[in-house]
Design a protein around this ligand. Structure first.
Ligand SMILES: O=P(O)(O)OC[C@H]1O[C@](O)(COP(=O)(O)O)[C@@H](O)[C@@H]1O
Ligand SMILES: [Mg+2]
Ligand SMILES: [Mg+2]
Length: 333
Protein backbone atom coordinates (compact mmCIF):
# COMPACT_ATOMS: atom_id res chain seq x y z
CA UNK A 1 0.00 0.00 0.00
CA UNK A 2 1.32 3.47 -0.89
CA UNK A 3 2.23 5.48 2.19
CA UNK A 4 1.32 9.14 2.18
CA UNK A 5 3.48 11.41 4.31
CA UNK A 6 2.39 14.59 6.09
CA UNK A 7 4.47 16.55 3.58
CA UNK A 8 2.58 15.02 0.65
CA UNK A 9 -0.75 15.58 2.41
CA UNK A 10 0.08 19.26 2.94
CA UNK A 11 1.16 19.68 -0.69
CA UNK A 12 -2.21 18.22 -1.73
CA UNK A 13 -3.99 20.68 0.57
CA UNK A 14 -2.09 23.52 -1.07
CA UNK A 15 -2.89 22.23 -4.58
CA UNK A 16 -6.57 22.09 -3.61
CA UNK A 17 -6.37 25.74 -2.53
CA UNK A 18 -7.10 25.05 1.16
CA UNK A 19 -3.79 26.40 2.44
CA UNK A 20 -1.09 28.62 0.98
CA UNK A 21 2.62 27.83 0.82
CA UNK A 22 3.32 29.80 4.01
CA UNK A 23 0.81 27.88 6.08
CA UNK A 24 2.07 24.60 4.63
CA UNK A 25 5.64 25.40 5.62
CA UNK A 26 4.55 26.64 9.04
CA UNK A 27 2.81 23.30 9.70
CA UNK A 28 5.92 21.46 8.51
CA UNK A 29 8.00 23.40 11.05
CA UNK A 30 5.53 22.57 13.83
CA UNK A 31 5.65 18.88 12.83
CA UNK A 32 9.46 18.95 12.93
CA UNK A 33 9.39 20.49 16.40
CA UNK A 34 6.91 17.85 17.53
CA UNK A 35 9.31 15.11 16.39
CA UNK A 36 12.08 16.67 18.49
CA UNK A 37 9.73 16.84 21.51
CA UNK A 38 8.76 13.18 20.93
CA UNK A 39 12.44 12.18 21.06
CA UNK A 40 12.89 13.95 24.40
CA UNK A 41 9.67 12.55 25.85
CA UNK A 42 10.55 9.00 24.82
CA UNK A 43 14.05 9.10 26.33
CA UNK A 44 12.61 9.95 29.75
CA UNK A 45 14.99 9.27 32.59
CA UNK A 46 17.79 8.31 30.15
CA UNK A 47 18.06 11.93 29.03
CA UNK A 48 17.48 13.39 32.49
CA UNK A 49 14.34 15.20 31.30
CA UNK A 50 12.00 14.08 34.10
CA UNK A 51 11.15 16.08 37.19
CA UNK A 52 10.72 19.70 38.14
CA UNK A 53 12.47 22.58 36.39
CA UNK A 54 12.47 24.53 39.67
CA UNK A 55 10.58 27.45 38.12
CA UNK A 56 6.94 28.63 37.93
CA UNK A 57 5.17 29.58 34.72
CA UNK A 58 2.90 32.60 34.16
CA UNK A 59 -0.05 30.64 35.60
CA UNK A 60 1.86 30.15 38.86
CA UNK A 61 2.22 26.42 38.15
CA UNK A 62 5.47 24.57 38.83
CA UNK A 63 7.17 23.87 35.51
CA UNK A 64 8.47 20.43 34.67
CA UNK A 65 11.78 20.16 32.83
CA UNK A 66 9.89 18.89 29.79
CA UNK A 67 7.52 21.91 29.84
CA UNK A 68 10.58 24.11 29.45
CA UNK A 69 12.32 21.87 26.87
CA UNK A 70 9.18 21.52 24.71
CA UNK A 71 8.60 25.27 24.84
CA UNK A 72 12.18 26.02 23.75
CA UNK A 73 12.00 23.49 20.91
CA UNK A 74 8.79 25.06 19.54
CA UNK A 75 9.99 28.64 19.93
CA UNK A 76 13.39 28.00 18.35
CA UNK A 77 12.03 25.95 15.45
CA UNK A 78 9.39 28.53 14.58
CA UNK A 79 11.43 31.69 15.11
CA UNK A 80 13.47 31.03 12.01
CA UNK A 81 10.64 29.59 9.90
CA UNK A 82 9.76 32.88 8.17
CA UNK A 83 6.02 32.17 8.27
CA UNK A 84 5.11 33.72 11.59
CA UNK A 85 4.58 37.25 12.81
CA UNK A 86 4.73 36.13 16.46
CA UNK A 87 3.97 33.28 18.87
CA UNK A 88 2.24 32.87 22.22
CA UNK A 89 2.88 30.01 24.62
CA UNK A 90 1.10 28.75 27.70
CA UNK A 91 4.50 28.79 29.40
CA UNK A 92 5.41 32.40 28.57
CA UNK A 93 3.77 35.49 30.02
CA UNK A 94 3.93 37.81 27.01
CA UNK A 95 3.96 37.52 23.22
CA UNK A 96 7.04 35.66 21.89
CA UNK A 97 8.47 37.96 19.25
CA UNK A 98 10.44 36.89 16.20
CA UNK A 99 13.96 38.39 16.48
CA UNK A 100 14.02 41.59 14.44
CA UNK A 101 16.56 40.42 11.85
CA UNK A 102 14.75 37.10 11.18
CA UNK A 103 12.28 36.72 8.29
CA UNK A 104 8.63 37.21 9.30
CA UNK A 105 5.32 35.96 7.90
CA UNK A 106 1.60 36.52 8.20
CA UNK A 107 0.54 34.01 10.86
CA UNK A 108 0.31 33.83 14.64
CA UNK A 109 1.07 30.53 16.36
CA UNK A 110 -0.20 29.63 19.83
CA UNK A 111 0.70 26.50 21.75
CA UNK A 112 0.56 24.45 24.91
CA UNK A 113 4.03 22.93 24.48
CA UNK A 114 3.51 20.07 26.90
CA UNK A 115 -0.02 19.18 27.91
CA UNK A 116 -0.65 16.85 30.81
CA UNK A 117 2.63 17.64 32.58
CA UNK A 118 1.52 15.86 35.74
CA UNK A 119 1.77 12.61 33.74
CA UNK A 120 5.38 13.01 32.58
CA UNK A 121 7.03 11.43 35.59
CA UNK A 122 4.66 8.45 35.63
CA UNK A 123 5.16 7.58 31.95
CA UNK A 124 1.59 8.29 30.84
CA UNK A 125 0.67 9.99 27.54
CA UNK A 126 1.31 13.71 27.22
CA UNK A 127 0.98 15.98 24.20
CA UNK A 128 1.41 19.32 22.44
CA UNK A 129 -1.56 21.47 21.33
CA UNK A 130 -1.35 24.27 18.75
CA UNK A 131 -3.51 26.85 17.03
CA UNK A 132 -2.84 29.10 14.03
CA UNK A 133 -4.44 32.51 13.45
CA UNK A 134 -3.85 35.18 10.80
CA UNK A 135 -1.90 38.21 11.93
CA UNK A 136 -4.19 41.20 11.38
CA UNK A 137 -2.92 43.04 8.28
CA UNK A 138 -0.60 46.00 8.77
CA UNK A 139 0.72 44.85 12.13
CA UNK A 140 4.39 43.94 11.78
CA UNK A 141 4.98 43.84 15.52
CA UNK A 142 1.96 41.94 16.90
CA UNK A 143 0.71 42.82 20.37
CA UNK A 144 -1.32 40.64 22.73
CA UNK A 145 -4.46 42.29 21.30
CA UNK A 146 -3.74 40.80 17.86
CA UNK A 147 -3.97 37.27 19.29
CA UNK A 148 -7.36 37.87 20.92
CA UNK A 149 -9.43 36.47 18.06
CA UNK A 150 -12.34 34.07 18.58
CA UNK A 151 -11.60 30.43 17.85
CA UNK A 152 -13.75 30.35 14.72
CA UNK A 153 -11.04 32.48 13.07
CA UNK A 154 -8.39 29.75 13.49
CA UNK A 155 -6.97 28.68 10.13
CA UNK A 156 -5.46 25.49 11.51
CA UNK A 157 -5.36 23.59 14.77
CA UNK A 158 -3.89 20.34 15.95
CA UNK A 159 -2.16 18.33 18.59
CA UNK A 160 0.49 15.69 18.97
CA UNK A 161 -0.05 12.86 21.40
CA UNK A 162 3.09 11.18 22.74
CA UNK A 163 1.64 7.80 23.60
CA UNK A 164 2.64 4.25 22.69
CA UNK A 165 2.83 5.80 19.21
CA UNK A 166 3.36 9.49 18.48
CA UNK A 167 0.47 10.87 16.45
CA UNK A 168 -0.17 14.26 14.92
CA UNK A 169 -3.84 15.20 14.50
CA UNK A 170 -4.55 18.18 12.30
CA UNK A 171 -7.28 20.29 10.76
CA UNK A 172 -6.97 23.09 8.24
CA UNK A 173 -10.76 23.48 8.14
CA UNK A 174 -11.42 20.47 5.95
CA UNK A 175 -11.96 17.60 8.36
CA UNK A 176 -9.60 16.05 10.88
CA UNK A 177 -6.64 13.98 9.74
CA UNK A 178 -4.26 11.87 11.82
CA UNK A 179 -0.65 10.92 11.11
CA UNK A 180 1.49 8.38 12.92
CA UNK A 181 5.22 8.90 13.39
CA UNK A 182 7.36 6.25 11.74
CA UNK A 183 10.35 6.58 14.04
CA UNK A 184 12.76 4.69 11.77
CA UNK A 185 11.94 6.86 8.76
CA UNK A 186 11.41 10.05 10.78
CA UNK A 187 8.19 10.83 8.86
CA UNK A 188 4.58 11.30 9.84
CA UNK A 189 2.47 8.81 7.83
CA UNK A 190 -1.17 9.54 7.02
CA UNK A 191 -3.09 6.89 8.94
CA UNK A 192 -6.60 8.22 9.69
CA UNK A 193 -8.37 10.41 7.12
CA UNK A 194 -11.50 12.34 8.11
CA UNK A 195 -11.79 11.28 11.74
CA UNK A 196 -15.35 11.59 13.03
CA UNK A 197 -16.60 11.61 16.61
CA UNK A 198 -19.03 8.67 16.80
CA UNK A 199 -22.51 9.95 17.72
CA UNK A 200 -23.43 7.11 19.98
CA UNK A 201 -21.41 6.94 23.14
CA UNK A 202 -21.19 5.16 26.46
CA UNK A 203 -18.12 6.89 27.84
CA UNK A 204 -17.53 10.11 29.75
CA UNK A 205 -14.47 11.90 31.12
CA UNK A 206 -14.45 14.26 34.08
CA UNK A 207 -12.28 14.65 37.17
CA UNK A 208 -14.75 13.23 39.67
CA UNK A 209 -12.69 14.40 42.65
CA UNK A 210 -14.21 17.84 41.96
CA UNK A 211 -17.80 16.55 42.22
CA UNK A 212 -18.55 18.51 45.37
CA UNK A 213 -17.64 21.76 43.56
CA UNK A 214 -19.74 21.16 40.43
CA UNK A 215 -22.70 23.28 39.41
CA UNK A 216 -26.18 21.69 39.46
CA UNK A 217 -26.40 21.02 35.67
CA UNK A 218 -23.13 19.05 35.67
CA UNK A 219 -24.12 17.17 38.84
CA UNK A 220 -27.44 16.25 37.25
CA UNK A 221 -25.82 15.10 33.99
CA UNK A 222 -23.14 12.93 35.65
CA UNK A 223 -25.64 11.56 38.16
CA UNK A 224 -27.88 10.40 35.30
CA UNK A 225 -24.92 8.72 33.58
CA UNK A 226 -23.99 6.94 36.79
CA UNK A 227 -27.50 5.59 37.27
CA UNK A 228 -26.85 3.57 34.11
CA UNK A 229 -29.49 1.13 32.92
CA UNK A 230 -31.73 1.85 35.87
CA UNK A 231 -31.71 5.64 35.32
CA UNK A 232 -33.23 7.99 32.73
CA UNK A 233 -30.50 7.19 30.16
CA UNK A 234 -31.40 3.51 30.16
CA UNK A 235 -27.84 2.31 29.51
CA UNK A 236 -24.58 1.91 31.41
CA UNK A 237 -21.76 4.40 30.90
CA UNK A 238 -18.05 3.88 31.49
CA UNK A 239 -15.67 6.57 32.79
CA UNK A 240 -12.08 7.48 31.80
CA UNK A 241 -9.82 10.32 32.99
CA UNK A 242 -6.19 10.42 31.81
CA UNK A 243 -5.62 14.01 33.04
CA UNK A 244 -3.84 14.83 29.78
CA UNK A 245 -6.41 16.75 27.78
CA UNK A 246 -4.67 15.61 24.60
CA UNK A 247 -5.07 11.94 25.46
CA UNK A 248 -8.66 12.35 26.66
CA UNK A 249 -9.67 14.29 23.53
CA UNK A 250 -7.84 11.82 21.30
CA UNK A 251 -9.95 9.03 22.79
CA UNK A 252 -13.12 11.06 22.20
CA UNK A 253 -12.11 11.71 18.57
CA UNK A 254 -11.32 8.05 18.09
CA UNK A 255 -14.20 6.25 19.79
CA UNK A 256 -16.59 8.97 20.92
CA UNK A 257 -17.62 10.18 24.33
CA UNK A 258 -17.76 13.43 26.22
CA UNK A 259 -14.94 15.31 27.95
CA UNK A 260 -15.73 17.92 30.60
CA UNK A 261 -13.70 20.39 32.63
CA UNK A 262 -16.65 22.53 33.71
CA UNK A 263 -16.89 25.69 35.73
CA UNK A 264 -16.96 24.81 39.43
CA UNK A 265 -16.64 26.49 42.80
CA UNK A 266 -12.90 25.79 42.85
CA UNK A 267 -12.05 27.36 39.48
CA UNK A 268 -14.85 29.97 39.25
CA UNK A 269 -12.54 32.90 40.11
CA UNK A 270 -10.27 32.02 37.20
CA UNK A 271 -13.16 31.35 34.79
CA UNK A 272 -12.41 27.64 34.44
CA UNK A 273 -9.37 25.38 34.42
CA UNK A 274 -8.36 24.95 30.78
CA UNK A 275 -6.78 27.69 28.69
CA UNK A 276 -8.94 29.18 25.93
CA UNK A 277 -6.20 30.05 23.46
CA UNK A 278 -3.91 27.03 23.87
CA UNK A 279 -6.28 24.20 24.79
CA UNK A 280 -10.00 24.93 24.37
CA UNK A 281 -9.97 26.68 20.97
CA UNK A 282 -7.76 24.25 19.05
CA UNK A 283 -9.54 21.23 20.53
CA UNK A 284 -12.95 22.79 19.83
CA UNK A 285 -12.02 23.36 16.18
CA UNK A 286 -10.86 19.75 15.84
CA UNK A 287 -13.94 18.32 17.54
CA UNK A 288 -16.34 20.44 15.46
CA UNK A 289 -14.46 19.51 12.30
CA UNK A 290 -14.97 15.87 13.29
CA UNK A 291 -18.73 16.37 13.64
CA UNK A 292 -18.80 16.85 17.41
CA UNK A 293 -19.60 19.90 19.53
CA UNK A 294 -17.70 22.06 22.01
CA UNK A 295 -19.26 24.44 24.52
CA UNK A 296 -18.53 26.21 27.76
CA UNK A 297 -21.98 25.02 28.89
CA UNK A 298 -23.39 28.42 28.03
CA UNK A 299 -21.73 29.33 24.74
CA UNK A 300 -20.01 27.69 21.76
CA UNK A 301 -16.29 27.71 22.61
CA UNK A 302 -15.31 28.94 19.13
CA UNK A 303 -17.49 32.05 19.64
CA UNK A 304 -15.96 33.10 22.95
CA UNK A 305 -14.47 36.60 22.52
CA UNK A 306 -11.07 36.39 24.22
CA UNK A 307 -10.04 39.14 26.62
CA UNK A 308 -6.61 37.85 27.66
CA UNK A 309 -3.91 35.56 26.29
CA UNK A 310 -3.95 33.22 29.28
CA UNK A 311 -7.72 33.28 29.79
CA UNK A 312 -9.39 30.11 31.10
CA UNK A 313 -12.77 28.70 30.12
CA UNK A 314 -15.04 25.80 31.05
CA UNK A 315 -14.86 23.00 28.45
CA UNK A 316 -17.52 20.47 27.50
CA UNK A 317 -16.77 18.69 24.23
CA UNK A 318 -17.33 15.51 22.28
CA UNK A 319 -20.31 13.62 20.85
CA UNK A 320 -22.85 16.20 19.74
CA UNK A 321 -25.97 14.83 21.44
CA UNK A 322 -24.23 14.56 24.78
CA UNK A 323 -22.79 18.08 24.63
CA UNK A 324 -26.20 19.44 23.61
CA UNK A 325 -27.78 17.69 26.58
CA UNK A 326 -25.30 19.25 29.02
CA UNK A 327 -25.85 22.67 27.44
CA UNK A 328 -29.63 22.22 27.74
CA UNK A 329 -29.21 21.42 31.45
CA UNK A 330 -27.26 24.69 31.81
CA UNK A 331 -29.61 26.88 29.82
CA UNK A 332 -32.85 25.22 30.87
CA UNK A 333 -33.72 24.73 27.17
O1 LIG B 1 -5.40 17.35 37.32
P1 LIG B 1 -6.72 17.80 36.79
O2 LIG B 1 -7.32 18.93 37.56
O3 LIG B 1 -7.67 16.68 36.56
O4 LIG B 1 -6.40 18.49 35.40
C1 LIG B 1 -6.16 17.79 34.25
C2 LIG B 1 -6.14 18.78 33.15
O5 LIG B 1 -5.05 19.68 33.33
C3 LIG B 1 -4.23 19.69 32.20
O6 LIG B 1 -3.18 18.81 32.46
C4 LIG B 1 -3.63 21.03 31.95
O7 LIG B 1 -2.57 21.03 31.03
P2 LIG B 1 -1.02 21.41 31.34
O8 LIG B 1 -0.27 20.19 31.72
O9 LIG B 1 -0.62 21.96 30.00
O10 LIG B 1 -1.02 22.45 32.42
C5 LIG B 1 -5.10 19.13 31.08
O11 LIG B 1 -4.36 18.47 30.14
C6 LIG B 1 -5.98 18.14 31.82
O12 LIG B 1 -7.22 17.92 31.22
MG1 LIG C 1 -2.44 21.73 28.86
MG1 LIG D 1 1.15 22.65 29.28
Amino acid sequence: MRRVTLTQFLIEQQRAGRINADLRLLLEVVARAVKAIAVNVSKGALAGVLGEAGTDNVQGEAQKKLDVIANEILVQANEWGGHLAAMASEEVETVCRIPFDYPKGGYLLLFDPLDGSSNIDVNISVGTIFSVLRNPPGDDEPQEQDFLQPGHQQVAAGYAVYGPATQLVLTVGNGVHAFTLDREMGSFIYTQPYMTVPEDTKEYAINASNARFWEAPVKRYVDELQQGKSGPRGKDFNMRWVASMVADVHRVLTRGGIFMYPLDEKNRDKGGKLRLMYEANPMAMLVEQAGGAASTGRERILDVAPVALHQRVPVILGSKDEVERVVAYHTGA
